[in-house]
Ligand binder design. Structure first.
Ligand SMILES: Nc1ncnc2c1ncn2[C@@H]1O[C@H](COP(=O)(O)OP(=O)(O)OP(=O)(O)O)[C@@H](O)[C@H]1O
Ligand SMILES: [Mg+2]
Length: 158
């Protein structure tokens, strides 16, 4: 089923990301899917702000994955922001070693994450960005959701 939240504006999507930080724990991998311009980077910017990332978060296009230092009460010290749109082989994604990157003290948010889904031998969270019209987006969260996380997601969903 998933947890859904409507975002009527760019700002709403940023705030949806900000609020989503309350769902996150150290070690989480979040796969973000949705067409070009669906709002994935906007969402990550909100998450990063909530987790105390000071630097500007932009698309990690050429590096594919960019680590941001974070300062928060959750013990998440690094937010890894990846965009695997341009990868042509699964091997390239494997080389990024995203699962390893988040061990212990990080989280990873991966744009075009559905391209990487098959390589995670672990549970992940997914956020699907539906484009309803020019400005409206429907976000749906699914994945590895235990009771505590379900409560946090119920609060997150609108
Ligand atoms: N409700 C909305 N939420 C997010 N972005 C919106 C919304 N309405 C309009 N926009 C516009 O859509 C674009 C979203 O850009 P963003 O970079 O976040 O998308 P993206 O999914 O990361 O794209 P890409 O796949 O190219 O990385 C921005 O230009 C933004 O102004
Ligand atoms: Mg993007």
């Amino acid at each position: 089923m998933g947890y859904q939240r409507l975002c009527l504006t760019h700002h709403d999507t940023d705030v949806a990301g900000f609020d989503f930080a309350a769902v996150l724990r150290r070690g989480d991998v979040v796969l973000l899917s949705g067409r070009l311009g669906a709002g994935k980077t906007t969402f990550v910017q909100g998450v990063a702000r909530a987790l105390g990332v000071a630097e500007r978060v932009t698309s990690p296009t050429f590096t594919m994955v960019r680590p941001h230092a974070a300062h928060n009460d959750l013990g998440i010290v690094t937010v890894h922001h990846a965009d695997v749109y341009r990868v042509t082989t699964l091997g390239e994604i494997l080389d990024l070693d995203l699962g390893e990157l988040v061990e212990e003290h990080g989280v990873a948010l991966i744009e075009w994450g559905e391209l990487a889904a098959s390589i995670f031998g672990r549970e992940v969270l997914t956020v699907l960005f539906g484009v309803d019209d020019d400005d409206q987006r429907s976000l749906v969260v699914d994945g590895d959701i235990d009771d505590a996380r379900a409560r946090a997601l119920e609060a997150w969903a609108s």
